[in-house]
Design a protein around this ligand. Structure first.
Ligand code: FAD
Length: 389
């Protein structure tokens, strides 16, 4: 029997993680990425213990520990005064959940995954290879690329993000809707805010309709921040734009002084703006030999920091299902969907509600016992490496 032809669409965190998981299951996936180069894209990302266990299963435990910061605390503060409202101790994550809670630059995580995929197969990733069409055939899936190339796949994994072409081709649903929130992300050299003595943990300042989150990345040399505001409208063509930091300063004008000191230190060209788009959960992620994963399957709102984490969980579970099904790809997909859809739909639905809870009009809602976050929802104890498949 010849080896199955496996194609992964998209080389983001989800696409590379699933390529690695499938390689470890003995398959030889080919990853098609539309971007002409793979680079240092994005800002900070939190890798909660559930995702860290997945990355350790993929052989990246040591690399992650070497690159990432471990925040000892997460402090949620009153937006106007900076008064701490809720402190979550993250220092005992290893004992409580079986892995630390990490924070790092998305580019570092992406580079780590890419190096591991290429160590298995130097030719695994094709850049400048945007997929334009996907059509199920009798025996295989037909994949059309933007440059006219035509490929056949026995298994096609759609890991092509929020505006997934694979999802649009085979899964009837509505386009993503603007959630009403914009996000700004910036990176500030730690030395530029040294006098603030920000410390190693993460801080969330929460006010009516707005949030400001900051934490260190790159061994503490950079401070990553992300600010959210409810605006109601997104008029730009693109869903991600470079912007002036004055926009964030204006949106958060009544936030406490430390927030403004961090914003003022943003170097030129280091602030980007996103429109946050949402979709309702899908009832199925599998159509024949086509399967969705990560944001293509479940683009969630970022309130629980679980978008990349659940993409990593998906990848590990799909790889394990492929190994467990012993070459029967239909059985592998059946097991994957059964193992994953209930948990992820719960997280997806909670994320759609999370904005109102976190940035509603009453900061007192954030005091202990009143907040539902990724921790109190019990997300971290999940282990994609051992969950039954
Ligand atoms: C402000 C903000 C903060 C966040 N913070 C966190 C966090 O702290 N922790 C966390 O876990 N998650 C976080 N997330 C979510 C996280 O970034 C995403 O959920 C995650 O990156 C999804 O990964 P993915 O691989 O599924 O999709 P993507 O990262 O979108 O990757 C999709 C890839 O597919 C490629 N592609 C698209 N279409 C095609 C095509 N037709 N052909 C070929 N290639 C294609 C794209 O170029 C891209 O490389 C955050 C999101 C936002 C907006």
């Amino acid at each position: 029997m010849s080896a199955p032809r496996v194609v992964v669409v998209g080389a983001g965190i989800g696409g590379l993680a699933v390529a690695l998981a499938l390689q470890r299951a003995g398959l030889r996936p080919r990853v098609l990425e539309q971007a002409p180069t793979l680079g240092d894209v994005g800002a900070g990302i939190s890798i909660s213990p559930n995702a860290a266990k997945g990355l350790a299963f993929l052989g990246l435990g040591e690399a992650l520990a070497a690159e990432a910061c471990i925040p000892p605390l997460q402090v949620t503060r009153h937006f106007r005064t900076g008064e701490p409202l809720l402190t979550i101790d993250r220092s005992d994550s290893l004992e409580r959940y079986g892995a630390p809670y990490y924070q790092l630059h998305r580019g570092d995580l992406h580079a780590m995954l890419l190096a591991a995929v290429r160590a298995h197969d130097a030719d695994a990733v094709d850049v400048a290879s945007g997929v334009q069409g996907v059509r199920p055939g009798d025996a295989a899936v037909e994949v059309t690329l933007g440059d006219g190339r035509l490929l056949q796949a026995d298994l096609l994994v759609g890991a092509d993000g929020l505006r997934s072409t694979v999802r649009a081709a085979l899964f009837a649903d509505q386009p993503p809707q603007f959630s009403g929130y914009v996000a700004w992300r910036g990176l500030v050299p730690a030395e530029a805010v040294a006098d603030l003595a920000l410390g190693p943990g993460s801080s969330v300042s929460a006010g009516p309709g707005r949030l400001f989150v900051r934490y260190p990345v790159r061994g503490g040399r950079l401070v990553n921040y992300v600010a959210f505001a409810r605006t109601g409208r997104w008029e730009a063509e693109s869903w991600s734009l470079r912007c002036e930091v004055t926009e964030v300063q204006q949106a958060l004008q009544d936030f406490h002084a430390e927030v403004h000191a961090v914003l003022r230190a943003t170097p030129d060209g280091r602030c980007n703006k996103w429109g946050l788009f949402a979709r309702e959960p899908l009832a199925r992620w599998v159509q024949g030999r086509v399967v969705l994963l990560g944001d293509a399957a479940h683009p969630m709102m970022p309130w629980f920091g679980q978008g990349a984490a659940t993409a990593i969980e998906d990848a590990v579970v799909l790889g394990r299902c492929a190994a467990a099904a012993g070459g029967d790809l239909d059985e592998a997909l059946r097991r994957y969907e059964a193992a994953r859809i209930e948990r992820v739909t719960m997280i997806h639905r909670e994320s759609l509600l999370g904005g109102e809870r976190l940035s509603g009009t009453d900061p007192d809602n954030l005091r202990p016992g009143r907040v539902r976050n990724e921790d109190t929802l019990g997300l971290f104890s999940y282990d994609p490496a051992t969950v039954p498949v």
